[in-house]
Design a protein around this ligand. Structure first.
Ligand SMILES: [Zn+2]
Length: 113
């Protein structure tokens, strides 16, 4: 279950950011997760529940927003669903394409006191 490793990363980053802002306690963490990380929401919630104990985020809520995997074609600038078409642009059939969204793990904000 790789969600444990992701959740640990989220907690470390959140605690570091909270410390930098002089917070003592975290109440809420909002994360943005790309769908190519293949995170299962239930496993994320479970991991957070287990790992937050004894941290600044012990009583915090974790909100997650999932972003679709998107690719962009360098030949025609078309943007499309990477999970549907992979590296083949559905518009011009070029393979000069790259993933532009779907791999990210970002803490969008956190609230604390
Ligand atoms: Zn194209």
């Amino acid at each position: 279950m790789h969600e444990l490793a992701f959740t640990q990363q989220i907690l470390w980053q959140a605690e570091e950011a909270a410390g930098a802002y002089g917070l003592k306690k975290i109440n809420e963490i909002k994360v943005v997760l790309g769908e190519l990380l293949y995170i299962m929401p239930e496993a994320l919630d479970f991991s957070f529940h287990v790992l937050k104990k004894g941290t600044m985020a012990e009583e915090a809520r974790l909100l997650a927003e999932y972003r679709k995997a998107l690719a962009q074609c360098d030949a025609c600038s078309n943007r499309y669903s990477w999970l549907e078409y992979g590296y083949h642009c559905p518009k011009c059939k070029s393979q000069e394409t790259r993933i532009i969204q779907g791999m990210e793990m970002i803490i969008e904000y956190l609230e604390g006191e």
